[in-house]
Ligand binder design. Structure first.
Ligand SMILES: [Zn+2]
Length: 407
């Protein structure tokens, strides 16, 4: 299982200078390859990242000798990433031609500008037979190629092979993102119970058992006013001015703070869930459809449902639990969990309702969570599910899905 793990770095002045230089090399390589890609395409060729990486290697020594001051993987990975960006672009283009995607959502590979608040480069030299780990780690230190030992805020939490390390800057903080291959040893969860979880805007997570609803972290709403004010202030500042750069940094810090608060809240909820339930059943939210609804979109983007599911997937896998994703069309909210009669007229804004058939008064979220839990009867956690993420229409039917690490 490949996991991503991001740790804040505490670089020295010299190390930070190297980081900036390497980010610059990665950006340059990406832009060089994009220009070359466009040129070759216009000339009737079919460019790809492999030939472009070879082409850059062939001229690097002569034309860009300064590139060799940083790890060779910085420019190489940047071009690989461009290849990925083109693959995404072609996928989107196909969807666009099928009329399944508006043009404005098509991800077109772009030139990277200097002075962005986010920049990154791959900081290791890769792994081979002699170096099973891409970098050495010793407690709160990581040994990056060329620059050597860099201090980290915390230790690497997962045991496994370190496949790669990317160093990135967000606002004015530096991070190391490790990709770690953690061996999968399917162990059965210590519990056998099932919990259904309903996700919604007002209460982020409602469980099918009696646990109180976890309140939604709404950092974005709280900070939105501040964000708006700052963005307005920024647009009034003259381009290239010192004040503008300052405001831009403040804004980036605010964005980072919002993201961290949200991330923190999600980690607490998902860890708690995985510790207290063997099988977790969630809905397959049609998030794309929801994002198209402007009123819901901000709150949902704020809550990070994608992230919620991603965390649950890898955490259940590590604890030997199972994550069951109910079918998208399963009417978890509209079904009465007592008598199974569907309330077809239940509107989105109705947070409570009374079943016309059996008279039960329902809290919308709790009822949905109970319906999800009922897909896998209590105690029916078979050991063969250990560490799996399944898609299920009803219980039982298993489909292995990959656990994706954070981008
Ligand atoms: Zn009923």
């Amino acid at each position: 299982m490949i996991l991503a793990h991001r740790i804040r770095l505490v670089p020295t002045v010299e190390q930070e200078r190297y980081f900036r230089q390497a980010c610059g090399v990665a950006r340059f390589a990406s832009n060089w390859a994009l220009a070359e890609w466009q040129r070759r395409y216009a000339a009737g060729e079919k460019p790809n990242e492999v030939t472009l990486r070879k082409a850059l290697n062939a001229i690097k020594r002569e034309q860009f000798p300064w590139m060799r001051d940083v790890t060779k993987n910085a420019p190489q990975q940047a071009i690989k990433n461009l290849g990925r960006a083109y693959a995404n672009f072609f996928d989107d283009l196909k969807a666009h031609r099928r009329n399944a995607m508006p043009w404005k959502r098509v991800r077109v590979p772009k030139f990277k500008r200097k002075g962005k608040t986010h920049a990154s480069f791959r900081a290791d030299n890769g792994c081979d037979a002699h170096h099973p780990d891409a970098v050495a780690v010793n407690g709160k230190r990581v040994k990056l190629s060329i620059i050597g030992w860099v201090t980290m805020r915390e230790e690497v939490r997962f045991a496994g092979q370190i496949v790669s390390v990317t160093v990135s800057r967000e606002a004015d903080a530096w991070y190391a993102s490790f990709t770690i291959d953690v061996p999968e040893e399917p162990t059965a969860h210590v519990l056998t119970n099932t919990v259904g979880v309903d996700l919604w805007v007002s209460a982020l997570a409602t469980r099918s058992d009696d646990t109180p609803k976890a309140p939604a972290p709404k950092p974005l709403r709280r900070y939105l006013k501040k964000l708006k004010r700052l963005s307005r202030a920024l647009s009034r500042k003259r381009r290239g001015s010192r004040n503008r750069a300052k405001e831009k940094a403040t804004l980036a810090r605010l964005h980072a703070r919002i993201r961290h608060i949200r991330q923190d809240a999600l980690h607490k909820i998902t860890t708690d869930l995985v510790r207290t339930a063997a099988t977790i059943v969630i809905e397959d939210l049609n998030v794309a459809g929801m994002l198209a609804n402007r009123h819901l979109s901000r709150a949902i983007a704020d809550l990070g449902f994608f992230e919620f599911r991603r965390q649950l997937a890898y955490k259940t896998a590590m604890a030997g639990g199972a994550l069951i994703v109910a079918d998208r069309w399963f009417p978890s909210s509209k079904l009465c969990s007592v008598c199974d009669v569907e309330n077809a007229t239940l509107a989105l804004w109705e947070r409570t309702w009374t079943c016309a058939s059996c008279g039960t008064f329902h809290d919308r979220d709790r009822n949905a969570a109970v319906n999800l839990a009922r897909l896998v009867p209590q105690g029916e956690y078979p050991e063969s599910w250990a560490g799996s993420a399944c898609g299920a229409e009803g219980a039982g039917r298993r489909r292995q899905t990959t656990v994706k690490p954070a981008a």
